[in-house]
Design a binder for this molecule. Structure first.
Ligand code: GDP
Ligand code: MG
Ligand code: K
Length: 298
């Protein structure tokens, strides 16, 4: 007899850059959450949905839990903390290391007050020696009584199927929250904006770190044609940043646009005509009003 359908919400937590988005993309098999070498790439709570015969997992890609430095930081911490209490399971990603920093200790302390199963994934095990992995497991065992500890490589897809299996072990019987074709509840516009932001972060150097946002002014398919016209604006904090983003004779903006267009075309499966603009909004990260405009506050 077939077992009952299981379902639930899983919060992905962990320090910026540990590979949360990569793991989610690997499991879902499609690029939704953007990834980059720079920390704090994911600003929004992105829901991705994994459905199979056994059930359905709704992932919440929570921004990193860290100390807030400004309004945007505060918002991200709040989202993360609230999410933890409402989910069916917490999936905590860490780097393979025996040194457990104050940040991890802080998370472990927080988890002790929450009555939700916690699975620890020690990610990036492709970067360490096999025999070292046990020492990392032992170190993490000491700070929290995890339900499971799984070494994995999100990048290489090693043990990511085990992660999925173990999650199902802890999920309750439940309904199908989303139909089986759904992989995200993020509107396509937002995915497009995030892809452009990702390409900008990749192309720009440290001089323009996280002070950029992307807004989509227009996204419209041409009548009777497989062509999408997109007008988007990269918003930055300083005139000097604007110069860097545009580059010599527009070369940087062109590079960002070309890379973004290529990937948007893959996502939308149609030709894309992308027009990029750059605008300066001073201190937008500290302004609640501007954050509302850019979709970071509901
Ligand atoms: P997030 O901030 O936690 O969402 O981290 P990302 O998913 O954006 O990943 C940050 C960086 O780590 C990217 O450059 C990824 O390619 C890289 N990364 C993620 N998972 C792995 C892994 O298993 N092994 C290695 N070597 N790199 C990884
Ligand atoms: Mg991320
Ligand atoms: K707990």
């Amino acid at each position: 007899m077939k077992e009952k359908f299981k379902s639930g919400f899983v919060a992905l937590i962990g320090r910026p850059n540990v590979g949360k988005s990569t793991l989610m993309n690997q499991i879902i098999g499609q690029k939704i959450a953007i990834t980059s070498k720079k920390p704090q790439t994911t600003r929004n709570k992105i829901q991705t949905v994994y459905t199979c015969d056994e059930g359905q997992i709704v992932f919440l890609d929570t921004p990193g839990i860290h100390k807030a430095k400004n309004k945007l930081g505060e918002y991200m911490v709040n989202v993360a903390e609230k999410t933890l209490k409402e989910v069916d399971l917490i999936l905590w990603l860490v780097e393979p290391d025996t040194f457990i920093g104050a940040g991890e200790q802080h998370i472990a302390e927080q988890l002790k007050g929450i009555d939700v199963p916690v699975i620890l994934v020690i990610n990036k095990t492709d970067t360490v020696k096999r025999e070292e992995i046990l020492t990392f497991i032992d170190a993490y065992r000491k700070i929290y009584d995890f339900n499971e500890i799984i070494p994995a490589s999100a990048l290489r897809g090693q043990n990511t199927d085990t992660v999925v299996e173990e999650i199902f072990k802890y999920l309750p019987e439940g309904p199908m929250y989303y139909d089986e074709d759904t992989v995200t509840d993020q509107p396509m516009r937002q995915i497009v904006a995030e892809l452009i932001r990702e390409k900008a972060l990749h192309a720009l150097n440290e001089e323009v770190p996280h002070g950029i946002a992307v807004t989509i002014e227009r996204m419209k398919q041409r009548k009777n044609a497989e062509i999408m016209d997109i007008d988007a604006t990269i918003v930055c904090e300083r005139d000097s940043h604007k110069g860097i983003i545009i580059g010599k004779k527009g070369s940087m903006l062109k590079k960002i646009g070309t890379n973004a267009r290529y990937e948007i075309e893959q996502q939308l499966e149609m030709k894309v005509n992308l027009q990029l603009w750059v605008k300066v909004r001073k201190d937008w990260r500290d302004s609640e009003l501007l954050m509302k405009n850019y979709g970071y506050i509901e």
